[in-house]
Design a protein around this ligand. Sequence first.
Ligand SMILES: O=C(O)[C@H](O)[C@@H](O)[C@H](O)[C@H](O)COP(=O)(O)O
Length: 246
Amino acid sequence: MTAPNRHIVVVEDAVALAEAAADRLIERIEANPGRIAICMTGGSSPKRLYELLATEPYRSEIPWDRVHWFIGDDRFVPSGDPLNNMTMARTAFLDACAPLANVHPIKTDVANPDEAAALYARELQSFYGTDKLDKAKPLFDLVLLGVGPDGHVASLFPGYPAIEVKDRWVVGVPEAHVKPFVPRVSLTQPALASCREMLFLMSGEDKRAILTRVLKGQDLPANRARSDGETVWLCDKAALPDDARG
Ligand SMILES: O=C(O)[C@H](O)[C@@H](O)[C@H](O)[C@H](O)COP(=O)(O)O
């Protein structure tokens, strides 16, 4: 099952998926001798991966001083709130492993999601050194994504205006039609695409229905999301559609 610069990697189960994702992250880090930028996702899909990065051998393999950690979207709730994606990542591994200066949360102690979005865009552009994305010089080494039951990625929900935004890097999303029903802040498609690799994490039978829709080519944010580099769908067997499980 392939499409332009997209391929699917099938692994046995959730444990194998976390290990395969960690291995790909290490490969991306080893391929870049300079400063690394990883764009994480929230939700439950990446949690096992994040916890794995704090354990050996990964903890010793990661050059923590030159890896920077961003988040592809967050809920517009106070940092420290259990709904906050970056809080989940910090608890899972960043607080134990990464220099604080290398962790770049979306700041939500501002008036509204739009203000948080503008602030984060400025932080990304300052880190990147320009406000113009360049396909030859990706913003991120790796973008991690989960997929919601409606086919959303980050907080780009189907049918919402944010999915069409191409002239900004980060947008405010005033409300969400899926849990948690709180405002969001999300990177846009062009910002998410600016990466050497986009890695989807699809684990468990709960993902089977939406992965079936994705593989049928339905117009979903998950199908519109595409790396300027390599797009990889990492799926365990439980997530595969019935006809793909053999
Ligand atoms: O803020 C969020 O919730 C995530 O960034 C979101 O995009 C998530 O990746 C999908 O909703 C899948 O969520 P699960 O991994 O929990 O299935």
